[in-house]
Design a binder for this molecule. Structure first.
Ligand code: ADP
Length: 878
């Protein structure tokens, strides 16, 4: 940047403009438009160069320091933006908002020398993770949520929206459920008041005054043109305050333009199965603990044909229902498709070909739509209408389908208009026109014909000029600077240079000379005038068509949502038929009775390796509702625990389940805990994490909940861990009285069966066969007979010497325990491992000699080496 002259240190006008924009951009990186590039300066440049791995240069200086700089080409900016956003950055885009000519004219008006004037630039929008609409920046199978959160008199309000589809949901909860709610929503970006009490990493902040409930309600009413919000649902103050904050943030990001928002709905009353963050993480619902989608529950289940379907499935699994009728409705629709394999295949083909027109609509309403987006809305609505006609003729339709069918139609006039107006595959770029179909507008057709005629006239002119001048290499060409011109090689230029030739000289190039002629000029003006008017006409039609689409946005969004629901049900049916899954029976019985249950993800992984998954039953009910599960490590305890939690979750999300049969008494809250997971990254010790998470269960679980605890207590020394595990089991059993599966390697816990009536003992089976351990992955009743720890260690490849030593230690421990009954009594009598190893009898010198002789490879020795060895051995004897 021509930053400042060295002597004065006074910033140049451009630097002043940059710094002013940068201040306006607040915490965002500033993309500063210069010609065909977006440039970044100072720290912005360093951050961006690092993330994008592009060259960092410098330009001029500011305050005595060189100014760091990097840039990205405008035409490929989207890809770079995507990477910056992914890395957690926000970007402000500063465009030139006038042309250099306009800038000069302005300078003239202001009486300034035109050489000094700078093209005006302004921030036209902010690009942030939660406010993306561009197809290239969005993941097709993931919703993209922006969530605003704030607190009003001790209650948290949440407003979440996905502006790529326009959905908006308001809800509230107690502050203790902040983490759980955010975990369920899974936002791409969070915005909160500056002084929000609860710390949230990476959240955007804005003034508290923007989170005002009155203002929020007014903005919503104005947005949807209603005088009361009652028609949309019941909204509390915290919800409306959050909505106010959300709308304020969207207005800021869009520089005054609001994106597409549907009327809000309230989640109050539509309460689902509650799950906190730890539970979601440990069940790997949408992502694995490693962070990817592959290997998660949703990836294993997803057979949706459209991105919108996949997004809805993820939403279903994140928020399973608690309303039996609603669950049955979803299941009935899955069953409907399951029984119609041919129709299902047809439907899935149709849906696969469908454009993601919900997102196209989002772009159109946000003012960032393209002719292609209009085409997608046309195609999507047309397909929806065809599906409607087909599905309405199907017999025995389930209630949910009947509810969805009317949403698929009603767009006849719009489809008709878009079909007439647009060419078959409209382009993304509209500045070159060509997207309005022939026959839609007679005056446009006429203009196109005029410019076509003129073009043809120009082509004919070329032939005529060649003939008249006798120059066969004469050409009529076109470029952006000169427009149309006549070009001949230099050696023929004289003919055309003659004063009476009818040609006027325009430009001399190396090897060629360019001319104009009056007739060419006339035809060329016709082309450009007709072309310019045609473009303007197309632009006007574009504006009108987007207006019509925006007008119908709510109905179009409803159509997209109905198609997504149908897609999810057909996808679930497909998955159920692949895996021979069962329709779960739902009730309020308080039982969990699963026969032949499997873990969908582990089963799929094993199948890939050609291995079989062993199905297991789980039968929890009133008088036997806490299962304590022992058995060797790697025996299948964790898998069993999780599969049952997942089956309950899937059932309440309206999916079929991997089991022979499943009876699910509705689960109000699901808790899953894994002991001693390596969670040091969060700055708390693993044991602390384990205890904080366990404490949450003890305070939140109800008798309708399902709790799975995997080796809780493992994160600390044996006595503490055992004592805590013991106390937790007792509390779950006798105070909370909910269904629970508890896996543990503490033998001692089996004593609990003596005092806890509704607790029973189970174990995963294993057998030792010819000294090797065989894990059967089969659940059986009764306590584990022994832990097989050493056999598992052997299986894991621990060296034989260590195993042998461990056997010695174990023998002593067990002997001591038999004497005293104490867990680790007798440890004091044991010499340490190292000391014991040292006290093992040493070799005698004869034994050493014999060993060395045995080890020597005589064939490999040279005569000289053999002699040396002999000397050595003799010395050894001495
Ligand atoms: P544990 O919790 O007892 O240490 P896991 O549940 O982690 O054991 O299971 C260890 C491995 O055993 C799994 O990764 C899986 O490959 C296999 N496994 C578990 N359960 C089964 C099963 N029911 N059928 C077949 N293989 C299983």
């Amino acid at each position: 940047m021509a930053a400042s002259s060295k002597s004065s240190g006074k910033p140049t006008p451009m630097m002043e403009q940059y710094l002013a924009l940068k201040r306006e951009a607040e915490g965002s990186l500033l993309f500063y438009r210069m010609g065909d590039f977006f440039e970044l300066f100072f720290d912005d440049a360093k951050i961006a160069a690092d993330i994008l791995d592009i060259a960092l240069t410098s330009r001029g200086e500011h305050g005595g320091e060189p100014v760091a700089m990097c840039g990205v080409p405008v035409h490929s900016a989207e890809g770079y933006l995507a990477r910056l956003i992914k890395a957690g950055q926000r970007v402000a885009i500063a465009e030139q908002v006038e042309t250099p000519d306009e800038a000069k004219a302005r300078a003239k008006r202001e009486g300034k020398p035109s050489s000094k004037v700078l093209v005006a630039r302004d921030i036209v929008r902010f690009v942030t993770a939660g406010t993306l609409t561009e197809e290239a920046l969005l993941e097709p199978r993931r919703a993209n949520l922006l969530v605003a959160v704030c607190e009003v008199r001790g209650t948290l309000g949440f407003a979440s929206c996905d502006i790529s589809t326009g959905s908006m949901v308001l809800e509230e909860c107690e502050p203790s459920l902040l983490g759980a709610t955010l975990a369920r929503l899974g936002p791409s970006e969070v915005v909160m008041p500056e002084d929000f009490e609860h710390s949230l990493e990476d959240a955007a902040t804005q003034a508290r005054s923007l989170f005002a409930s009155d203002e929020g309600a007014e903005r919503l009413k104005a947005l949807h043109g209603v005088s009361t919000l009652d028609g949309f649902g019941e909204f509390t103050r915290p919800m409306l305050a959050a909505a106010g904050g959300l709308i304020a943030y969207l207005t800021h990001v869009g520089r005054g333009e609001l994106p597409f928002l549907l009327p809000p709905s309230s989640r109050a009353g539509a309460l689902g199965m509650a799950m906190d963050e730890a539970t979601r993480t440990s069940l790997e619902i949408l992502e694995t603990s490693g962070g990817g989608r592959a290997g998660s529950l949703v990836a294993t289940l997803d057979r949706c044909s459209s991105g919108a379907g996949s997004r809805l499935l993820a939403q279903d699994l994140s928020a399973p229902l608690l309303d039996q009728l609603a669950i049955e409705d979803r299941l009935a629709l899955v069953q409907f498709w399951l029984g119609r394999p041919i129709e299902r295949a047809n439907l899935r083909d149709c849906l696969r070909a469908l454009p993601d027109f919900g997102r196209a609509l989002g772009r159109i309403v946000a003012g960032r739509g393209s002719p292609r987006d209009l085409g997608q809305v046309r195609d999507g609505l047309g397909e929806a209408a065809r599906l409607h006609d087909w599905l309405s003729s199907e017999a025995d339709r389930p209630a949910l389908l009947d509810l969805l069918l009317p949403e698929l139609t009603g767009h006849g006039a719009l489809i008709d208009q878009l079909s007439r107006a647009l060419v078959a595959s409209p382009p993304t770029e509209r500045s070159n026109g060509g997207f309005i179909a022939e026959g839609y507008d007679a005056s446009l057709d006429e203009l196109r014909q005029m410019s076509g005629n003129a073009r043809r006239a120009i082509a004919a002119m070329e032939a005529r000029y060649r003939e008249e001048t006798g120059i066969s290499s004469l050409k009529i060409k076109h470029n952006g600077v000169l427009g149309y011109f006549i070009e001949v090689p230099s050696r023929h230029a004289d003919t055309l240079m003659a004063p009476d030739s009818g040609f006027t000289h325009r430009q001399t190039m190396k090897g060629a000379v360019r001319f104009n002629s009056l007739t060419l000029h006339e035809e060329a003006s016709r082309v450009s005038e007709a072309g310019g008017r045609a473009l303007a006409l197309e632009e006007a039609h574009f504006g009108e068509l987007t207006g019509v689409v925006a007008q119908a946005r709510e109905a179009i969004a409803a159509t997209a949502a109905a198609l997504a629901r149908i897609d999810v049900s057909a996808g679930n049916a497909e998955r159920a038929s692949e895996g021979d899954w069962a329709r779960p029976e739902i009730s309020e019985s308080g039982a969990l009775n699963i026969v032949g249950g499997r873990h969908p993800v582990v089963e799929a992984a094993l199948a890939k390796a050609g291995e079989r998954f062993v199905a297991n039953d789980c039968k929890l009910s009133g008088d036997d509702r806490l299962w304590l599960i022992g058995g060797p490590n790697m025996g299948g305890k964790s898998t069993f625990l999780r599969q049952n939690a997942l089956i309950a979750l899937m059932a309440q999300a309206g999916c079929f389940v991997p089991a022979t049969s499943a009876h699910i008494g509705l689960v109000d809250r699901l808790f899953s805990r894994v002991g001693a997971s390596d969670n040091l990254a969060r700055g708390r010790s693993t044991f602390m994490v384990e205890m904080v998470e366990t404490a949450a269960i003890l305070s939140q679980a109800t008798s309708q909940s399902l709790v799975i605890l995997d080796e809780v207590g493992r994160g600390t020394s044996t006595y503490d861990g055992l004592a805590l595990a013991w106390a937790v089991v007792e509390a779950v059993h006798s105070r909370i009285e909910c269904r629970c599966l508890f896996a543990t390697h503490y033998h001692e816990l089996s004593r609990l069966a003596e005092t806890c009536e509704q607790l029973s003992l189970h174990h995963v089976r294993a057998r030792e066969w010819k000294g090797d351990l065989v894990l059967l992955h089969e659940l059986a009743e009764g306590p584990a007979d022994r832990s097989y720890g050493l056999a598992v260690a052997k299986l894991a490849g621990v060296p034989q010497g260590v195993i042998a030593r461990a056997s010695q230690v174990l023998e002593k421990l067990e002997a001591a325990r038999n004497e005293t009954g104490g867990l680790a009594a007798g440890l004091g009598e044991l010499p340490l491992f190292a000391a014991a190893a040292a006290s093992a009898p040493a070799e005698t010198s004869e034994e050493a000699l014999a060993r060395r002789l045995k080890e020597a490879d005589l064939d490999a020795l040279s005569p000289r080496e053999a002699l040396d060895l002999l000397y050595d051995l003799k010395n050894g004897l001495d």
